[in-house]
Design a protein around this ligand. Sequence first.
Ligand SMILES: Nc1ncnc2c1ncn2[C@@H]1O[C@H](COP(=O)(O)OP(=O)(O)OP(=O)(O)O)[C@@H](O)[C@H]1O
Ligand SMILES: [Mg+2]
Length: 250
Amino acid sequence: MSQPILSAKDVCLSFGGVVAADHIDFELHEGERLAVIGQNGAGKTTFINICTGYLKPDSGQIYFNGKAITGQSPRNIVRLGMGRSFQLPQLFVDHTVQQCLEIAAAARSGRLSWFTSLSKSVSEREVLETMELVGLRDQAHEISGALPEGHKKLLDVAMALMLRPKLIIMDEPTSGVSSEDKHGLMALIMQALDERQVTSWFVEHDVDIVSQYATRVAAWISGQIAADGSPSEVLNNPQIKKEVLGDTAC
Ligand SMILES: Nc1ncnc2c1ncn2[C@@H]1O[C@H](COP(=O)(O)OP(=O)(O)OP(=O)(O)O)[C@@H](O)[C@H]1O
Ligand SMILES: [Mg+2]
């Protein structure tokens, strides 16, 4: 198999007495759609924060495209091509959808170059294309803080896409969205990621969404990866059914 796009070697992190990452070894390959499942407090977000530079592990290493990135700043890691979206979307809430994407474009190219006509016209076209891609063209002039939750999630992903990532890590992209709207939201996100050829990893609690959109599932229990494999393998694993999915029949 090719070199992994992302790998973790023996990563550990504790908060006081809480072991949030417990000797994690992990690999993600280009083209994968990984769903991460696990109960509240299992350590899913902590591991994302370690990989994206928001937390430094106590020990262990993270590699992106073969390069050690452990302890680098989130800004540097984004520049290397790893994007993320958040459990609570991180938007510029007083700005419109279009302005949020323009700010993301400016952040990528360096703020000053946004004002040079060539890069501005390139970025303007990309902003329009990205709004189209995620289905937010009609909301271009709406204030992001007033959008319905599903649109906020789409905008968060769209802002990450403006940074032209090779990999995007999404922390609960459907949380706070009604069950009727979740599938439409995931379909839009995954279509956008396919079109831009972005590898992805998403945290998700809804088993239907996991089964439908993941090519691989990893289950977290108490800071460890308890199972990792195909969706049917992991979702039918008796330990995962009992301890992660809360199946009382097991
Ligand atoms: N900054 C922090 N300071 C102290 N403890 C923390 C911190 N961040 C996380 N924890 C603890 O680490 C453990 C793992 O938390 P984490 O947020 O990674 O879980 P999670 O799997 O993302 O849960 P959820 O499904 O609720 O989002 C929990 O016990 C949490 O309370
Ligand atoms: Mg979390």
